[in-house]
Design a binder for this molecule. Structure first.
Ligand SMILES: C[S@@+](CC[C@H](N)C(=O)[O-])C[C@H]1O[C@@H](n2cnc3c(N)ncnc32)[C@H](O)[C@@H]1O
Length: 343
């Protein structure tokens, strides 16, 4: 069978790309070819992939398609509709919501998931997001080594450390973070110099890490979070940059006029915090605020009005509040982008 030979660190990227084009052979496993992997191609896949080799090797039977197929069939049928069918994977930590009725099978579930997902080291039950720092309450169910939930995450080619039980992190927002890069590049081109960026709600720094790699366009980076654990991860993930544990609303006296691009990611309070954050922005030229908020569908124009009021000491060049994804029925996760000048 034809297999696409890809560098091992690009396996999931190519697997997803082939699957989304309908070129992945389902029911067959991925070959380990040392530093490369062989991904099985179906009949519809093209004859050539630029820069990559196609190799003829015997197909691997991939075993169960889902971890639930590893459960005893009588047990599976008994709780048919309750087994978690989806999960999040953060580095090598796999997280699933376990309904109360099947909590007693936690270890069994954990072991079946570990067997199914070879890149997972530990499986945890997700008991929800808790407290002002919005960290996940996790219960280890099964592990290959120890119960630590500290892990290394790869996002769009960047690696960083995180412990989802200590610091907020959502892999589901990775695509949203990519848009910051385009905004930073355009602003830097417009100002004709490297820009400085401040993220006062930085978590472990997933938004800043890719920006820190844009050395042509991004200069100084200021990263801060009120959660002391987050601040510790920031110093590990952004060595050589300013990192701090602080309340964002109290940062501007110390970091007066520090940045050209300000990220405001506290979705339930982003808008209310704006008046205390203005001091962080540089004066005399265009600067940008990118924020995220969770808003009922019918309150978007009210939010725009509030933002204008909070920023009335500045000249607003443009203001957009764009719904990005659904958060709950009638509630959207929106991105706010304001271009303004402080005089
Ligand atoms: C939604 S998370 C965003 C984290 C990170 N920017 C990301 O994209 O993963 C919000 C963060 O704000 C932090 N936080 C909450 N209140 C804060 C405050 N008053 N000042 C600074 N950080 C705060 C939380 O600890 C959390 O890490």
């Amino acid at each position: 069978m034809r297999h696409l030979r890809v560098p091992s660190r690009e396996t999931s990227l190519w697997r997803d790309r082939l699957a989304s084009n309908g070129w992945l052979s389902k029911g067959h496993g991925i070959h380990n070819l040392g530093d490369y992997r062989g991904i099985p191609l179906n009949e519809s896949a093209p004859a050539e992939f630029e820069g990559l080799e196609i190799v003829e090797i015997e197909a691997l039977s991939s075993g169960p398609q889902h971890w639930t197929q590893r459960l005893d069939s009588v047990l599976f049928e008994k709780f048919r509709d309750l087994w978690p069918m989806s999960h999040d994977q953060i580095g090598d930590v796999l997280i699933a919501k376990i309904p109360e009725e099947i909590e007693q099978y936690g270890e069994l579930i954990g072991n079946a998931m570990l067997e199914q997902h070879s890149s997972a080291r530990i499986v945890c039950a997700d008991n929800g997001v808790k407290g002002e720092f919005r960290v996940r309450d996790l219960t280890p169910l099964a592990t290959k080594t120890n119960n630590s939930t500290k892990t290394k995450v790869r996002e769009h080619g960047n690696e960083f450390l995180i412990d989802p039980s200590l610091v907020y992190y959502s892999p589901r927002l990775a695509t949203e973070r990519l848009d910051n890069l385009e905004v930073a590049k355009k602003l830097s081109e417009k100002l004709g110099r490297k820009i400085s960026v401040c993220d006062p709600y930085a978590g472990a720094g997933p938004a800043l890490i890719p920006l820190s790699k844009m050395v042509e366009h991004v200069g100084t980076i200021y990263a801060s979070d009120l959660n002391p654990n987050a601040a510790e991860f920031l110093s590990m993930n952004l060595p050589g940059h300013f990192t701090k544990c602080a309340d964002a609303r109290k940062l501007s006296p110390e970091l007066d006029e520090c940045c050209d691009l300000l990220l405001v990611n506290l979705p339930h309070e982003s808008i209310e915090h704006l008046p205390d954050l203005i001091g962080l922005l540089k004066r005399g030229h265009e600067v940008v605020i990118r924020g995220w908020a969770i808003l009922p569908h019918d309150s978007i124009s009210k939010a725009e009005k509030q933002i204008r009021e909070h920023l009335n000491s500045t000249e607003i060049l443009s203001l957009e509040v764009i719904p990005k994804k659904s958060y709950a029925s009638n509630i959207s996760y929106v991105v706010i982008e304001v271009h303004l000048v402080r005089s």
